[in-house]
Ligand binder design. Structure first.
Ligand SMILES: *Cc1c(COP(=O)(O)O)cnc(C)c1O
Length: 378
């Protein structure tokens, strides 16, 4: 089954013939007095609507197990919940800001250590210690779109007894399926592309590993950061158009990148693979497209604030993946927790702008960028 078909056809209510799955809002379920058991008992531990969503999530990633959480950070927290005291996690310095906050503030209270590396692509055997239990990867990286060789990281990590967790938010299973490349667990902020309309917070975890799956189910039950039935239903519905939305967004983004690269008043344009031929080759070998996020810098003689004020369509806001275009300034809006030095090392200048491209008509988006660039000329 192709992913476009799986997104739409995985769930059919065969009992009633409904083409859209039902929503089960019950907080509690009747048990059999002979066994004190039942298919479901209490909503936090599991319920039919969340279970349906989790089936779709597993199907899309080609995974044995899927889990739905209240937010992407709850999902990331569940992934970190398997780490024992004394464990160390290797992460890229440019990791998502919320993950950086988790490592910065929560890890010490749990006896965990996060070790940041500037370039995951340069990871070697020497970077692993006895305590390394996990490598946490984002590829392409945010907002530089640098690409990491997932197969290589998997090979390295597994040789040292560490698991590989991939935050696949930017790619989604439509464009990249890290479990097929050997990763142990995939986490996504479904708030972004999966939900796709900037109106829902959710997080997902998928894995083939039965032991990890047990731990994530325990996190749902014990820590309680689960997705509610109505939001599970909304996410099921949103996922149906994910491949279609992403296709248009990616197409628009490619045309915008080409437009910006032609401009003399735009100095750099980052897209996955743009850093080097090696990264272009890597991305092509592990993903099916560049996605729809790009970043760029205006020439020094342009007025950034005037440019942003003149833009009519991309809203100046954090987040990404929605049908509406958004633009933000990572140095102050998404990566402000990094030290200025760490940002500089990661290639995140104060002037870098990140654009999440929506499904608007490309002619309107290009005309808007063109008039805003003109307005920014001092
Ligand atoms: C937004 C985001 C998260 C966190 O997701 P929330 O749903 O906001 O909790 C994690 N990783 C990446 C890459 C993100 O963009």
């Amino acid at each position: 089954m192709h992913i476009q078909t799986a997104a739409v056809q995985t769930l059919r209510d065969h009992e009633h013939g409904a083409v859209v799955p039902p929503v089960h809002l019950a907080s509690t379920y009747e048990l059999d007095p002979r066994t004190d058991d039942g298919l479901y008992a209490y909503q936090r531990g599991g319920n039919p609507t969340r279970a349906q969503l989790e089936r779709v999530l597993a199907e899309l990633d080609g995974a044995a197990h899927g889990f739905a959480f209240a937010t992407g950070m709850a999902a990331t927290g569940a992934v970190f919940s398997t780490l024992e005291v004394g464990s160390e996690v290797i992460l890229p310095a440019s990791v998502y800001g919320g993950t950086f906050r988790f490592v910065d503030k929560i890890f010490p209270t749990r006896g965990l250590t996060g070790r940041y590396v500037d370039d995951l692509g340069a990871l070697t055997d020497e970077d692993f210690t006895e305590a390394t239990r996990m490598v946490f990867v984002e590829t392409p990286a945010n907002p530089t779109l640098r690409v990491t060789d997932l197969r290589r990281i998997v090979e390295l990590a597994h040789r040292h007894g560490a698991i590989v967790a991939v935050d696949n938010t930017f790619m989604t299973p439509v464009l990249q399926r890290p479990l097929e490349l050997g990763a142990d667990v995939v986490v996504q902020s479904a708030t972004k592309y999966l939900a796709g309309h900037s109106d829902l917070l959710a997080g997902t975890v998928t894995t083939d590993d039965p032991q990890l799956a047990e731990a994530y189910a325990l996190s749902q039950k014990a820590e309680g950061g689960v997705l509610a039935p109505l939001d599970s239903f909304r996410l099921i519905q949103a996922i149906k158009t994910l491949p279609l939305r992403l296709e248009r967004q990616q197409d628009n983004a490619a045309q915008i990148a080409a437009f910006l690269r032609e401009r003399e008043d735009v100095t750099v344009v980052h897209t996955p693979g743009s850093f080097s031929e090696e990264e272009a080759r890597l991305h092509a070998a592990q993903a099916e497209g560049p996605g729809a996020v790009l970043s760029f810098e205006l020439a020094p003689d342009l007025d950034r604030v005037a440019f942003l004020q003149a833009l009519r369509y991309p809203a100046y806001a954090v987040s990404l993946g929605g049908v509406e275009s958004l633009i933000c300034r990572p140095a102050t809006m998404t990566h402000e927790a990094m030290t200025p030095q760490a940002r500089a090392t990661a290639g995140i200048s104060d002037e870098l702008l990140r654009l999440s491209v929506g499904i608007e008509h490309i002619d309107d988006l290009l005309a808007d960028l063109e008039q805003a660039l003109a307005a920014a000329a001092r």
